[in-house]
Design a protein around this ligand. Structure first.
Ligand SMILES: [Zn+2]
Length: 279
């Protein structure tokens, strides 16, 4: 009787203690779980990356539709694909779109889908600036920043075997959770180091595409000059380091290496003509 009471107290007071009770340990079950954790922490293959991206972008486009103008969509897509074709992952199904949203923002989805908002496009003055912003987003895809954050979050919130199932079974409950987590990440933002790395790589991608390397810094200067309390900037400022810090970090890297690419194409008039409908 006393022994039973003691067991009950232990179970209530220290549930963790119960896990160290080896008496009814199911060795097979433990081995299975360890194996599945291994599966979930493995490198996600390209097909899975593209699949996760497709699910996440469907949710994001559900929240804000694409700007209904074929010319501007084709133009942004052409500039983006040109830049992406010269990176180390030219074979991804790269897609670029302009979302019908007044907020100033841009984001990349795993697998190569990239969106910028009408609000951000409206703040740009040249194709070199567009290339800088797209270069930053392309860099997130190349370095799998979002994919890794989604995987990390899934590992933390789902058990190993469930996280593994989320990758392989696209109709599972676990998959829905993974995609929700992925979507939610766009309102939380990435690590600051990932953002600064995307800035550094982004200017290189734009320069390699033949554009003035100072396009991205020019956009950051425009954002810096805007009223920080402007509600259109709220999400961008919440999910990215401050423009001043990004400019400072870029300046350290850009001189003198990228100064050689400062007089490359800017293409202001082509940009203004092609994006007229979205401005
Ligand atoms: Zn970013």
């Amino acid at each position: 009787m006393r022994a039973l009471a003691l067991v009950a107290v232990l179970a209530l007071a220290a549930p963790a203690y119960a896990q160290f009770n080896l008496r009814d340990l199911n060795v097979n079950k433990v081995l299975e779980t360890v194996k599945n954790v291994g599966k979930a922490t493995r490198e996600i293959n390209q097909e899975e990356e593209i699949g996760i991206g497709r699910d996440v972008s469907a949710r994001l486009v559900g929240a804000a539709p694409l700007v209904a103008d074929a010319r501007v969509q084709r133009y942004v897509n052409n500039v983006g694909r040109w830049l992406a074709s010269q990176t180390e992952r030219p074979g991804l199904p790269w897609k670029f779109g302009v979302l019908e949203a007044p907020q100033v923002n841009a984001f990349a989805v795993p697998g190569g889908t990239i969106f910028i908002t009408r609000g951000l496009l409206d703040k740009m003055a040249s194709e070199a600036e567009l290339a800088g912003v797209l270069g930053h987003e392309i860099a997130h895809v190349l370095r799998k920043h979002h994919l890794k954050a989604i995987q990390k979050g899934a590992m933390a919130s789902l058990s190993g075997d469930v996280a593994s199932m989320a990758l392989t079974n696209v109709n599972s409950e676990a998959r829905h959770k993974l995609v929700s987590f992925g979507t939610e990440m766009y309102s939380r933002g990435l690590d600051k180091d990932d953002e600064l790395e995307a800035d550094r790589l982004g200017v290189v991608i734009a320069a390699r595409g033949g554009y003035d390397a100072y396009g991205l810094p020019a956009v950051l200067q425009t954002l810096q000059a805007m009223n920080a309390s402007d509600s259109a900037l709220a999400l961008m400022f919440k999910t990215h380091p401050a423009p001043a810090e990004r400019l400072e970090q870029l300046a350290k890297r850009m001189q003198p290496t990228l100064d050689a690419y400062a007089d490359q194409a800017q293409l202001q008039s082509r940009f203004l003509a092609e994006t007229k409908a979205a401005r």
